[in-house]
Design a protein around this ligand. Structure first.
Ligand SMILES: O=P(O)(O)OC[C@H]1O[C@](O)(CO)[C@@H](O)[C@@H]1O
Length: 241
């Protein structure tokens, strides 16, 4: 794992933007894997700024997001589709029909998961996947105990994950109990992974990620096995290494 140490969150966002921008420029048909949560927000802002300066186009890119809550419509401000539209898609020239997220409102969620896998395969798999890190080591919504070879699937969210995300909802009861997520096996097929971690509260998780044993009780530990992972982390997140 290649670790890039940065001073703070702003530098983390700039560094991640540089990497993605170079990949997008290198391959016009770049397939991007995208994440939600608080951590990539700065990256998306940077990407918008870079786009506004010119010289970069998403017209031939395809994007696949990691996950989506079950039961939230795309116009629900807490859905990840809404998040992506607001924070990135509506500001760049990525065509709507090239931006994919699992449909949390699908009538048949299992079929939706199979179809999502097929779409990723048809696109030639993900070139560069952006990832955040959950406090319990989750990647996407793959909670502890998820098999390393899992494909896109429906998950019951951990109570700790629901609590961590409750800040976005009116009350704890409003936080969905299920989600659709790309599996760990699906994530591992990405050619390159850019993992973003910021802040002191993630320091224990980073220590486990880098020095812990590889176990599905800490899903992100599988990344030790991937040949092309770049961890961009700030000083606080790296403070326990
Ligand atoms: O960046 P945050 O908000 O700390 O979230 C970390 C991870 O948790 C999730 O938000 C899911 O709980 C992921 O989407 C994200 O990668």
């Amino acid at each position: 794992m290649n670790i890039i140490r940065v001073k703070d969150y702003d530098e983390l966002s700039e560094k991640a933007c540089e990497i993605l921008r170079d990949d997008i420029k290198k391959s016009a048909g770049c397939v991007l894997g995208l994440a939600t949560g608080s951590t990539p927000e700065g990256l998306y802002q940077q990407l918008i700024e870079a786009y506004n300066k010119g010289g970069i186009s998403y017209a031939n890119c395809t994007t696949f997001n990691l996950d989506e809550y079950v039961g939230l419509a795309s116009d629900d401000p807490n859905s990840y589709r809404y998040y992506m539209d607001e924070k990135l898609f509506s500001h760049i020239d990525l065509p709507d029909d090239q931006a994919f997220l699992p449909n949390g409102f699908a009538m048949d969620p299992e079929k939706e998961c199979r179809d999502y896998e097929a779409l990723i395969k048809d696109a030639g798999y993900v070139d560069v996947q952006v990832l955040g890190l959950g406090l319990n080591g989750h990647i996407g919504f793959n909670e502890p105990g998820t098999p390393f070879d899992s494909r896109t699937h429906v998950v019951d969210l951990d109570e700790s994950t629901r609590q961590a995300n409750a800040r976005f909802f009116h009350s704890m009861e409003d936080v969905p109990k299920k989600a659709l997520t790309m599996g760990i096996g699906s994530i591992m097929e990405s050619r390159k992974i850019v993992l973003l971690v910021s802040g002191e509260k993630k320091a224990d998780a980073v220590k486990e990620l880098v020095n812990g044993e590889m176990t599905n009780e800490f899903p992100a530990s599988i990344l030790q096995k991937h040949e092309n992972v770049i961890l961009i982390a700030d000083e606080e997140a790296l403070s326990k290494l």
